[in-house]
Design a protein around this ligand. Structure first.
Ligand code: ADP
Ligand code: MG
Length: 266
């Protein structure tokens, strides 16, 4: 059974999509079988992998509302050697349509169960909200990974996210773990970046990941070429830092405390 990692933070522009594409690609580079699941109507994970959002016949929207008979109809193979459940703006409709459905927060979890054993890792990109799409992502996940931008007000909103994670654990996914909290777009030249890093590290203690993702222009350029950072510039700082993040994640996921559930309790 593959491990499902949801990348979540209801703030926009903090690096969720960049993280999803980059850790999915770093895992694929290590010969892991990976499915990237785009749960954001903006479809940036989809276009970032070079897939034309407008030409899609089936998307995660069709999966969630039950328009397709099987998940295989929606999965696309990408040239980054990973599979994708693509999304586009149609997914906006799902927030509304799901409200009337039975077990609405379990729709993603249920559809993924058909393919979970075909992958080693399933990585979910979430939208910038705490609505039903994010709740579906958290319900389907074994672990949630939280990117925090090295900016003013970084911690603001994180408490709301932690509350939502707590509610999901109480209702639909008691085993949900915290994969970790880490800093993105770190600028080592600024005091502010360091202050934010230290504050987040202090707050999250053992759940704070050592790996810091620097601000790196190559990371921001890669999606416009429809390529991952590993195809675009595999020796860049961005590529190396995401390799390190994946190593740290694998160490945590494989460690004994993780297995007996004492690590990452929220
Ligand atoms: N480490 C980084 N260095 C430089 N630019 C980055 C980095 N991470 C993300 N970006 C850029 O910042 C913007 C927001 O990132 P994105 O991953 O789309 O965030 P989110 O999915 O949370 O909205 C994008 O233009 C992206 O290319
Ligand atoms: Mg995004």
């Amino acid at each position: 059974m593959g491990t499902v990692i949801a990348v979540a933070n209801q703030k926009g522009g903090v690096g969720k999509t960049t993280t999803c594409i980059s850790i999915a690609a770093a895992l694929a580079e290590r010969k892991k079988r990976v499915l990237l699941i785009d749960m954001d109507p903006q479809g940036n994970s989809t276009s970032g992998l070079g897939i034309d959002k407008k030409s899609l016949r089936c998307t995660t929207y069709d999966l969630l509302v039950g328009n397709v008979s099987g998940i295989e109809q929606v999965i696309i193979q990408t040239r980054a050697k990973l599979d994708l459940l693509p999304a586009n703006i149609n997914l906006v409709g799902a927030e509304v349509e799901l409200i009337q459905m039975a077990k609405r927060e379990k729709r993603l979890f249920n559809t993924l169960s058909a393919v979970r054993d075909q992958y080693d890792f399933l990585v979910i990109d979430s939208p910038p909200s705490l609505g039903l799409l994010t709740v579906n992502a958290l319900t389907a996940a074994d672990a949630v990974l939280i990117p925090v931008q090295a900016e003013y007000y970084a911690l603001e909103g994180l408490m709301q996210l932690m509350t939502t994670i707590g509610l999901v654990r109480k209702s639909s996914n008691p085993d949900l773990r915290l994969a970790g909290v880490f800093i993105t777009m770190f600028d080592s030249r600024t005091q502010l970046s360091k202050q934010v890093r230290d504050e987040v590290a202090w707050y999250f203690q053992k759940d704070f990941l050592r790996t810091v993702i620097p601000r790196n222009v190559r990371l921001s350029e890669a999606p416009s070429h429809g390529t991952t950072i590993f195809e675009y510039d595999k020796r860049s700082k961005g590529a190396n830092s995401y390799r390190n993040l994946v190593q740290e994640l694998l160490d945590r996921l494989g460690s004994q405390p993780w297995m007996n559930g004492t690590l990452g309790q929220i």
